[in-house]
Design a protein around this ligand. Structure first.
Ligand code: NAP
Length: 247
């Protein structure tokens, strides 16, 4: 699965929503899903970035994407219900959902975590995923088979000093993925998570400002696993956590 090369257009007629699709790993995932035939719903905060991805998909000959400008920090259950209704009206159902967007928040000692930072990180990294997944379940259930991918982190699998709310939010993400996978076991919905590992993006640069980013994998290099888990014909895993960069 780390060297997975899908057949061309294997995502033909599939609709896939990617959060945080304007930058970093989410942008590459959106471009790759579109390259293999999917119609991609680009959700993110900065409209200009989403428009650039939209243009790139069109210029590459992909299906016309949909853009959903949404700040996950302020979004309510109603925003997600409205979005889910629009998706069902327009596409009938949803074949794939990549929960990728997240924020790092402040790194520092547990004693100094502010309530504000805790709330912000949990709103974007956890609450939004809960509300969005709940709203989209009817559309995911209607698909012949659907794949939901969550994004974890090494610090969401083993706690590490000074990683505060971000680390705890990734543990919560793991819990959400496992509960959903268990509830929907033997159904048409599969839920798994990916730990990208150190990858050359803005978030990584913020977390490790002193490292040489040229030694990191690029988002493009870790895409085979993202493509594999969206392949509902080949991939049957449910409730699993995958390393995009196995040791
Ligand atoms: P990134 O380059 O910072 O991209 C994050 C994306 O999330 C951006 O498109 C951003 O949109 C979006 N986003 C952030 N806050 C948002 C909000 N309030 N509403 C809507 N969208 C929002 O990060 P990345 O490195 O690609 O990370 C992608 C995922 O991988 C994250 O879940 C991260 O935790 C995980 N991860 C990354 C690494 C790594 O080394 N890079 C390692 C482990 C896990 P804007 O650009 O518009 O703000």
């Amino acid at each position: 699965m780390h060297t997975y090369i899908p057949s061309k257009q294997y995502l033909d007629k599939k609709t896939i929503l990617v959060t945080g699709a304007g930058d970093g790993i989410g942008k590459q995932a959106a471009l790759h899903y579109a390259k293999f035939g999917a119609t991609v719903i680009l959700l993110g905060k900065t409209v200009a970035k989403l428009e650039k991805v939209y243009d790139e998909i069109i210029n590459n000959g992909g299906n016309e994407p949909a853009i959903v400008p949404l700040d996950l920090k302020g979004a309510t259950a109603k925003h997600y219900r409205d979005m889910a209704n629009t998706i069902t009206d327009q596409f009938g159902y949803l074949d794939g959902l990549l929960h990728n967007a997240s924020v790092l928040g402040h790194l520092g000692p547990f004693e100094q975590i502010s309530e504000q930072d805790w709330q912000n990180v949990f709103q974007v990294n956890v609450t939004s995923q809960f509300l969005m997944t709940q709203a989209l379940l009817p559309a995911l259930k209607k698909a012949p088979q659907s794949s939901v991918i969550f994004t974890t982190s090494s610090v969401g699998l083993k706690g590490r000093a000074y990683w505060g709310p971000y680390s705890i939010s990734k543990f919560a993400t793991q819990g959400m993925m496992q509960i959903l996978a268990d509830e929907f076991d033997n159904s048409n919905i599969r839920c798994n998570s990916i730990n990208p590992g150190g990858t050359k993006t803005a978030m990584r640069a913020k977390a490790f400002p002193a490292e040489n980013a040229d030694n990191l994998k690029t988002p493009e290099e870790i895409m085979p696993l993202y493509l594999y888990l969206m392949d509902n014909d080949t991939s049957t895993e449910n409730g699993q956590t995958f390393e995009a960069q196995p040791k």
